[in-house]
Design a protein around this ligand. Structure first.
Ligand SMILES: Nc1nc2c(c(=O)[nH]1)N[C@H]1C(S)=C(S)[C@@H](COP(=O)(O)OP(=O)(O)OC[C@H]3O[C@@H](n4cnc5c(N)ncnc54)[C@H](O)[C@@H]3O)O[C@H]1N2
Ligand code: MOO
Length: 445
């Protein structure tokens, strides 16, 4: 049993998010490692060094059409008024698309443009130009040509270019290993029997999915009890085996919120509390050379904190820019009040009504996962703003493609379960459309 008693940490910092992010990025300085993997399974991976073609593509002169290979000089006399006969084996051979052009031939005439006279003879009425309908060696890729620089994210067509030039193994940036530690005495797995106070552990799976999506390798640690010794043990093991560690919950002012104290003992803490709503009780620190991110328990806060502080680390390791969401100007359907001095992150419902985009806030409770599931966009209210008035035009980050928002039929008013049924029925008939029910009294003019 652990004998140390920790005092509650009641007042957290309100550090600007950007400052906290820059500090954690500066603290994360692991050298990038690379690994060789089969090209065929390298989709989405980042090249670790420039990649060069091993062979040309095509690596022989290839016919680009079905027809006959000829020597262009033998065909110059051909004319509509003076059809020319060519002898098989001497002046032409039959070729199919992709066949190698036999020696001494330098052009292909398409089968549509020849007249078969007999088994040995064909007739043409137009001369061929040298190299017509031939894909010369290296038309596509020349041997030793650089296919990709380092830092390139491989897409489906890129894998084709690798294999076509006999690059069967490729050096890619190793996926940074991110250990995710869910903590809490009350946590149980989703298939456990439930009793009062039990909380289903699902953040871990969401975090793992984010990490995978961003290009990292997640490891979801089993649930750790709120016992300092257990948390210490899990953290020490995680910093040995992974490139960064995410510890979930126990980040705030609760009587069992030990994370920050343990991090201080084992390493350093550079942030405890950021000026955001939600997401305030974030912890950023380091044990040995590994960054540890303490993420709040409430799901919405947690997912946002992952994006603010873990995604930049994964991208830095991989050497890729952080993806940005498209933005859209919308008219506010309702007034939005915000905390002075903190950035507010408001999940928004967006509808396309009478030719304009109108947005309404969803619930701001950090425990409501459906506010993220349902959100079309995110409004970020900067710290110096006290909010916006109904009818103001603001810019939101989009969670969905704008076409999807435009194809949504918006129902406003109190929620009715038949709307859900209708919505499911519509989806069956029109995959491009959906029904959105916004729990608001009315749309503004
Ligand atoms: N007196 C104060 N109380 C709280 C403050 C504060 O500043 N003063 N901050 C609040 C805020 S903001 C947040 S966010 C939460 C964060 O709390 P913790 O990070 O310490 O997390 P827990 O209390 O352990 O859990 C809170 C809540 O989160 C859900 N949860 C936790 N882990 C998981 C998981 N693995 N999967 C799914 N859901 C999880 C669960 O609903 C917990 O009840 O503190 C406020 N309190
Ligand atoms: O700020 Mo907490 O992070 O409400 O959700």
């Amino acid at each position: 049993m652990d004998k140390i008693r920790y005092n509650r940490k009641i007042y957290l910092e309100d550090k600007p998010r950007e400052k906290a992010r820059n500090e954690v990025l500066a603290a994360f300085d692991l050298p990038q490692e690379k690994e060789w993997i089969p090209a065929a399974s390298a989709l989405g991976r980042i090249t670790a060094e420039p990649v060069f073609a091993n062979v040309s593509m095509p690596f022989y002169h290839a016919s680009a059409m079905d027809g006959i290979a000829v020597n262009a000089e033998d065909t110059y006399e051909a004319h509509e008024q003076r059809p020319l006969h060519l002898k098989m084996g001497e002046q032409f051979v039959y070729v199919d698309t992709g066949n190698a052009i036999p020696p001494h031939y330098n052009a292909v005439i398409m089968v549509e443009n020849i007249q078969v006279i007999d088994d040995e003879t064909i007739e043409i009425i137009e001369p061929a130009t040298p190299w017509q309908h031939i894909r010369p060696i290296g038309e596509d890729i020349v041997q030793e040509e650089m296919l990709f620089t380092q830092g390139h994210q491989l897409r489906p067509a890129d894998l084709g270019a690798l294999l076509a030039t006999q690059v069967t193994e490729v050096a890619v940036v190793k996926k940074p290993m991110v250990t995710i530690i869910p903590t809490g005495n009350e946590l149980v797995s989703a298939d456990a029997s439930l009793s009062l106070g039990r909380i289903i552990e699902f953040n871990g799976t969401v975090f793992s999915s984010y990490v995978e999506d961003w290009g990292g390798q997640p490891y979801l640690h089993p649930i750790v009890k709120d016992e300092p010794e257990k948390i210490r043990e899990a953290l020490l093991e995680a910093v040995e085996t992974s490139d960064m560690v995410v510890i979930n919950a126990g980040s705030s002012a609760g009587s069992k919120d030990y994370t920050v104290h343990i991090l201080e003992e084992l390493g350093t803490v550079f942030t405890h509390g950021v000026a955001t709503r939600p997401g305030k009780p974030v912890i950023l620190g380091k044990i040995k050379d590994k960054v540890v991110v303490g993420v709040p328990g409430y799901p919405v806060s947690a997912y946002m904190a992952m994006e603010w502080f873990v995604r930049p680390l994964v991208c830095k390791y991989l050497g890729v820019p952080e993806p940005e969401r498209p933005k859209l100007k919308v008219k506010l359907g309702r007034r939005i009040v915000s905390t002075m001095g903190a950035e507010d992150f408001v999940r928004m419902n967006i509808g396309y009504v009478d030719g304009q985009f109108v947005a309404n806030p969803l619930t701001r409770a950090a425990g409501v996962t459906m506010s993220l599931v349902r959100a079309d966009g995110l409004l970020v209210v900067p710290p110096e703003e006290l909010g916006y008035e109904q009818g103001d035009i603001v810019e939101v980050e989009l969670y969905r493609p704008v076409e999807e928002i435009m194809n949504a039929i918006v129902f406003s008013g109190s929620h009715d379960l038949t709307i859900d049924l209708l919505s499911s029925q519509l989806k069956r008939q029109r995959t491009d459309m959906k029904i959105v029910s916004s729990h608001v009294a009315a749309w503004p003019d």
